[in-house]
Design a protein. Structure first.
Length: 183
């Protein structure tokens, strides 16, 4: 026996002596001071129900992952456009609706009893023709009647709690020669 083979045998004997008591004793018989096995036996596998494998998503309190971020900006832009449109609708469409009725001077009336047309002049010196139903004034007034010497404009009035909603009649009289409107 060579020195080398003696070393190998010695190594194996030493390994068996160190590992011998732990491997030789069964787990039930092992003493209190003995080293227990590190690897635990695997637990038997439980059968898994098919319903427990299905994932259910609850969207409560969570943002929608498929909703695009651009929609919020688009909605805000549409809201602003709607507000601008609403403000434009509030603006009068014709120059007759931009100032009050008292700012106009009735200059002439033409036609007969079947159909009459009136002419008014604003403070800037511009002339406008009026017929029945023409909107005039800032309070949504409309020409109700055109008589031979005056024009009657009806403005809607919003009544209070006791008063009913009605129409306020405003008369524009035709001035004769030599008369002037007093401001």
């Amino acid at each position: 026996m060579t020195k080398r083979s003696k070393g190998i045998i010695f190594f194996f004997v030493l390994a068996l002596l160190c590992a011998g008591p732990v491997l030789a004793a069964p787990p039930d018989v092992a003493s209190k001071g003995a080293i227990k096995s590190v690897a635990a036996p695997p637990a038997p596998a439980k059968p898994v129900a098919a319903d427990s494998l299905i994932f259910h998503y609850d969207p409560k309190g969570k943002p929608d992952p498929f909703k695009p971020f651009v929609d919020a900006e688009l909605a805000l832009r549409k809201l602003k456009e709607a507000q601008v449109k609403k403000q434009q609708q509030k603006l009068p469409l014709s120059p007759l609706q931009r100032v009050g009725i008292e700012q106009f001077k009735l200059v002439g009336i033409g036609g007969n009893e079947k159909g009459r047309t009136a002419v008014v002049q604003d403070m800037a010196g511009k002339y406008y023709t009026l017929s029945i139903g023409t909107p005039i004034g800032m309070n949504n007034g409309k020409v109700a009647r055109i008589l031979s010497d005056k024009v009657i404009v009806e403005e809607p009035t919003a009544g209070g709690k006791k008063a009913k909603t009605g129409a306020k009649k405003v008369e524009m009289k035709l001035l004769k020669e030599g008369e002037e409107v007093k401001p």
